[in-house]
Design a protein around this ligand. Structure first.
Ligand SMILES: NC(=O)c1ccc[n+]([C@@H]2O[C@H](COP(=O)([O-])OP(=O)(O)OC[C@H]3O[C@@H](n4cnc5c(N)ncnc54)[C@H](OP(=O)(O)O)[C@@H]3O)[C@@H](O)[C@H]2O)c1
Length: 269
């Protein structure tokens, strides 16, 4: 039987957005087969049933897998109902990790929702509770209004949006950071000169260098690939240690802003 402590030590997670139906099922089964154990989904992705089928198809016992899903914006006022639906879609009796997907400060419901999630944890239906896309100002509200400490904050991060202040803030608060879109969705970060230089010098792929960078800065990357060869290649990054110089070099990429994904204004339900 796994414990929440085991969840906290997972070095990399497998992302399932935007996979649907058979593609989701196949990708998840193959990811588990190559060795991923932390599987990330969300009710918003509308693929929990397919993800659940992929987990079942893998043949690996349920208790060896860490299933993480998220409370969508529409459900901030119906936390228990949302949990029942996610459990049913995934075909499981409990979640290993359950996150509030976006804070939606314009609704003002997230502190109460988080308290209800804590109750679900007490009831044994969820092992760990956490957040996603929460900024320090939202974490302050959680602290002041609930006194609860989230296990995780899953935020957008890659070497081109590397968020040093947020990383430091989460470390100070004892909250594990997870990086979503850690490979910048396969975009130009994987072609950036500092990344390619480290990759060439070390005989690694650009994807491995970027995932090793996340590990080096203390984040757990949630990486997605539908390709079993790349799934394996990405997973192997957990054994790669970058030097401080390599980390600095990769961190020096030009930085983008949050744009449409600013949690203060994003109304993602
Ligand atoms: N909390 C949130 O609000 C939030 C938001 C977005 C995403 N997420 C989560 O984070 C997960 C990951 O983010 P993401 O899916 O947006 O993007 P990502 O993991 O950064 O990138 C995925 C893309 O990169 C390609 N890729 C994977 N490995 C590669 C490699 N080694 N070399 C080159 N290309 C590679 C994949 O293509 P192939 O399939 O062809 O390999 C795919 O197109 C999502 O699946 C989801 O679970 C959470």
């Amino acid at each position: 039987m796994t414990t929440s402590a085991d969840f906290a030590t997972q070095p990399i997670g497998f992302g399932t957005w935007p996979f649907q139906d058979d593609e989701a099922e196949r990708a998840v089964a193959s990811a588990i087969d190559v060795g991923y154990r932390l599987i990330d989904t969300a009710s918003k992705y509308e693929n929990e049933a397919a993800v659940g089928r992929g987990i079942a198809a893998s043949g690996v016992p349920r208790e060896e897998i860490f299933i993480q899903t998220k409370l969508r914006g529409h459900d901030h006022g119906d936390v228990r109902g949302a949990l029942e639906r996610s459990l049913e879609w995934l075909g499981v009796e409990y979640l290993d990790s359950w996150l509030i997907h976006w804070p939606l400060p314009m609704l003002g419901l997230y502190p109460k929702a988080f308290e209800e999630m804590a109750q679900a944890k007490q009831d044994g239906l969820v092992r760990e509770i956490g957040l996603s896309n929460f900024l320090p100002e939202h974490l302050d509200v959680i602290k002041q209004e609930t006194g609860l400490v989230p296990a995780v904050d899953q935020v957008q991060c890659d070497p081109g949006l590397n968020r040093p202040e947020l990383r430091a803030e989460l470390a100070t608060r004892g909250i594990q950071m997870q990086s979503w879109s850690p490979l910048a969705r396969g975009g130009e970060v994987l072609e950036a000169a500092p990344v390619l230089e480290v990759a060439d010098a070390r005989g690694l792929t650009a994807g491995q260098v970027v995932l090793a960078w996340h590990r080096a800065v203390g984040a757990v990357p949630i990486a997605r690939s539908g390709n079993p060869q790349r799934q394996r290649e990405n997973l192997a990054a957990v054994a790669i240690e970058l030097t401080p110089e390599e980390v600095t070099k990769i961190s020096s990429l030009p930085q983008r802003g949050l744009g449409d994904f600013d949690p203060r204004t994003r109304d993602e339900r």
